[in-house]
Design a protein around this ligand. Structure first.
Ligand code: SF4
Length: 297
């Protein structure tokens, strides 16, 4: 927990990583809106967080004056979305959107849902883990008005699955809001099969589906948190078979320069021919699957 939130001198010695690893500034046609994929956009609505994660991808501007939100930037975003009907999915993030006042959250969700082409809204928030008391009954009443609304939260370690976090997630789940979790693989924090097993299993018990496990981005000041992709894939392989498929997230590399998310999937296939597939199972045993032979149906 300390490593996640307390600055380390290693951050200023990072000569490898870059300020904007996902090329978000180049993919922003207007302030605070990132349009990377054809049918969805990322809308930044808050520049504040309840906890300033040391490994944050957006640490170049989160919590600083370089990230300015105003009514005018929001109006520009609504205008942009009306002019781009191909965008059906809006992901609201920041900073942490759930740190905004209830009335402003209601206003943003209301405005987005009035745009015919926007079919669903997602919120990315770390609030359920770092400030769970913010999930008030009043806030939940506002959120539940805007279905389909998905919340992707962010837990990195089983020690974050506190009684308060569980209560916050239960309130959201009871309101019919599907919950996912985006975890970041962090050296010295959770780069361990047992830790991640406990985390993913615990999340599922809280009705939070582990959605993505992210390979740490190439963010300036974050180099000391990075594991190799080989280690990450090997950790994921160690989880298969030991957790229900529902508890397994997809291990993702968000490609530098805004090139998109790439799944880093452990390999189980050893050989594939037209007649037989040879693979290993989660225990390392060699298995075979005969392929279908062409038959007239
Ligand atoms: S809560 Fe999210 S946006 Fe805020 S510092 Fe942490 S990772 Fe970055």
């Amino acid at each position: 927990m300390w490593k996640q939130c307390v600055p380390d001198v290693l951050e200023i010695n990072d000569a490898v990583c870059i300020p904007d690893p996902l090329g978000e500034e180049d993919l922003s046609p207007i302030p605070n809106l990132v349009h990377k994929y054809p049918n969805r956009v990322l809308l930044l609505t808050s520049n504040q967080c309840a906890m300033y994660c040391r490994f944050c991808t957006r640490k170049r501007k989160v919590g600083t004056k370089r990230m300015i939100m105003s009514q005018s930037t929001l109006l520009q975003a609504y205008q942009y979305l009306r002019a781009h009907p191909e965008v059906s999915d809006v992901l609201i993030s920041g900073g942490d959107p759930l740190l905004l006042e209830d009335e402003l959250i209601d206003d943003i969700l209301g405005n987005l849902s009035k745009i015919d082409s926007v079919k669903m809204i997602r919120i990315g928030t770390r609030i359920p883990s770092v400030l769970p008391m913010r999930i008030t009954d009043r806030l939940v009443t506002i959120l539940k008005k805007y279905q389909p609304l998905y919340i992707n939260t962010h837990f990195n370690h089983p020690k974050e699955l506190t009684a308060q976090a569980k209560e916050a997630c239960a309130k959201l789940a009871n309101a019919g809001i599907p919950l996912g979790c985006q975890t970041v693989l962090l050296r010295g924090v959770n780069d361990n099969i047992q830790v991640l097993k406990e985390l993913f299993q615990g999340l599922l018990y809280m009705r939070v589906k582990p959605y993505y496990l992210f390979q740490s981005d190439l963010t300036r000041g974050v180099n000391h948190f990075r594991t190799s992709t080989k280690e990450g894939i090997s950790i994921m392989k160690g989880l298969y078979g030991h957790l229900s498929g529902m508890a397994l997230p997809t291990f993702i590399l968000d490609a530098p320069g805004g090139k998109g998310k790439i799944p880093l999937t452990p390999q189980f296939i050893l050989n594939s021919s037209t007649t037989i597939l040879t693979f290993e199972n989660y225990l390392g045993e060699i298995c075979y699957y005969p392929e279908p032979i062409d038959v007239d149906v």
